[in-house]
Design a protein around this ligand. Structure first.
Ligand code: GLN
Length: 482
């Protein structure tokens, strides 16, 4: 088998079956990961911390049985891993080693999966291109002159290049789904509260959710089944029972009512629009019905998102002051100078921009005009989704307004960068689950994703829709050239 074919065959499901059955040694998988990172990562820059000795340690600590026996995975570098580096791609967390594993990491280890390495991101998960990283950018495996999306671009690239079968990211406004779409892989943002956030470095707590990248709906379902569920360490994690996400995966879309939202895809460029319409045709051919639904406040999502997210970020990042958390500026400094210098040296430009915008929106005299208004519109968006899900079972929407853009293209234009979240931020504002699934490839050879959104705790149906779509479109599971 060629190296590419063997990587394609390495799904989480098949690895765990073979490791548990004794026909595959997990140690051999470590050698495979080491050689794949050695061959691919110089071109991609997906991994920011990879140490074969630490990876071996993670492998040795986990059982050779369980739903993910022997399966390697990558974790975005804002998810804490015990004893190894967790830096959020920020200078302020240079050299930081977490004393504990995030709950998702310990749950995966309990099921037999081991963390191979940590992946690149926009600093503190703020961005849509993985260019705002102290380690430099990650490249898109489909075209290395382009961005992989962000902020979880390293995780998306690692899965798309066949280095690991799945990876974890975080999604505050689209950071799992948008890079999944740009890199041609599956990306799921669960319902807010479905997966514990304990050990995830907070960006905007009311929007943040840990999500999954994989090359198939089945692997995504399996990983979600392991990481979902209540966690005493995260009081906002839900008590709702975790269903068997794999059980109904193959049930298809017969009779499922899919909604499309007026005023979303009609203004896309010709190629994105016709690709979306083609996807709707596929859904119809699978037995789904397509109905139009109205979400009149959806157009305000970006404005609302960037007020709420930045306000929460400004509060969450206050702890990085060089004293309680974070690298301390050196020299004979007063308390005030220590704060100012540590934050000035430690944070990059985009993070500073967010802190300033968020602080402004929360400041006295402006609070009602910005933050208060934004919360009202957020509530209206949630209510419109609730109403829509009385008429349809799920909503289909493009994941992104364009295919992966070129590196540097939006770097000097923050607003253009923010607008790439137009279709993903609404799910975070409403706290509902959403998945991006590879649906098409553009004339220029770049992946195009399709997004499904569902009601709270509707992950089973989203995964079923993703599975149905994947069975109809045959696209490379690993980027051509890897
Ligand atoms: N691109 C969005 C932002 O920059 C979303 C980031 C995310 O989901 N972490 O805020």
């Amino acid at each position: 088998m060629s190296d590419r074919a063997s990587a394609e065959a390495r799904s989480a499901e098949s690895i765990s079956r073979n490791v548990a059955g004794g026909s595959l040694r997990a140690e051999d998988l470590l050698d495979e990961v080491v050689s794949r990172i050695g061959a691919s990562d110089p071109k991609l820059g997906a991994f920011v911390h990879f140490d074969p000795t630490e990876a071996r340690g993670a492998l040795e600590r986990c059982p050779r049985e369980g739903k993910l026996a022997g399966v390697p995975f990558a974790a975005k570098d804002n998810i804490s891993t015990r004893g190894t580096l967790t830096t959020c791609a920020s200078r302020i967390l240079e050299g930081y080693r977490s004393p504990t594993d995030a709950t998702v990491i310990s749950r995966l280890a309990g099921a037999g999966a081991w963390v191979a390495g940590k992946t690149n991101l926009d600093e503190f998960a703020m961005g849509s291109s993985t260019e705002h990283s102290v380690f430099g950018p990650t490249s898109n495996p489909w075209d290395t002159s382009r961005v992989p999306g962000g902020s979880s671009g390293g995780s998306a690239a690692a899965v798309a290049a066949g280095i690991v079968p799945f990876a974890l990211g975080s999604d505050t406004g689209g950071s799992v789904r948008q890079p999944a779409s740009f890199c041609g892989v599956v990306g799921l943002k669960p319902t807010w509260g479905r997966v514990s956030r304990s050990g995830l470095v907070a960006f905007a707590s009311s929007l943040d959710q840990i999500g999954v990248f994989s090359r198939s709906a089945r692997d995504c379902a399996r990983v979600l089944g392991v990481i979902a569920g209540h966690d005493p360490l995260d009081s906002t994690s839900s008590l709702e029972a975790v269903p068997d996400y794999e059980e109904r995966l193959e049930q298809g879309l017969g009779g499922v009512r899919v909604g499309v939202v007026d005023g979303t895809w009609e203004s896309l460029d010709a190629e994105m629009r016709s690709s979306f319409e083609r996807s709707l045709g596929i859904l119809r051919s699978l037995g789904a019905t397509i109905d139009r639904v109205a979400l009149p406040s959806l157009g305000l999502s970006i404005a609302v998102y960037y007020i709420v997210a930045n306000a929460e970020a400004s509060a969450n990042l206050a702890r990085f002051d060089g004293i309680r958390y974070g690298r301390r500026a050196s020299g004979d400094l007063s308390l005030r100078e220590t704060w100012v210098r540590s934050r000035t040296e430690g944070f990059g430009d985009e993070v500073k921009r967010r802190i300033m915008l968020g602080t402004f929106a929360l400041s006295s005299g402006y609070y009602d005009a910005y933050y208060g208004r934004a919360q009202q519109v957020r509530a209206a968006i949630s209510a419109e989704f609730r109403r829509a899900f009385e008429d349809v079972d799920l909503i289909a929407m493009p994941t992104t307004p364009s295919v992966a853009f070129r590196k540097g293209e939006k770097l000097d234009d923050p607003l253009a960068m923010y607008l790439s979240d137009v279709f993903t931020a609404p799910a975070n504002l409403a706290g509902i689950p959403a998945i991006s699934v590879p649906a098409d490839v553009s004339a220029g050879g770049l992946p195009i994703g399709l997004q499904f959104l569902g009601p709270h705790f509707g992950e089973s149906l989203l995964l079923r829709a993703a599975r149905a779509m994947e069975s109809e479109v045959s696209l490379p599971r690993i980027a051509p050239g890897f």
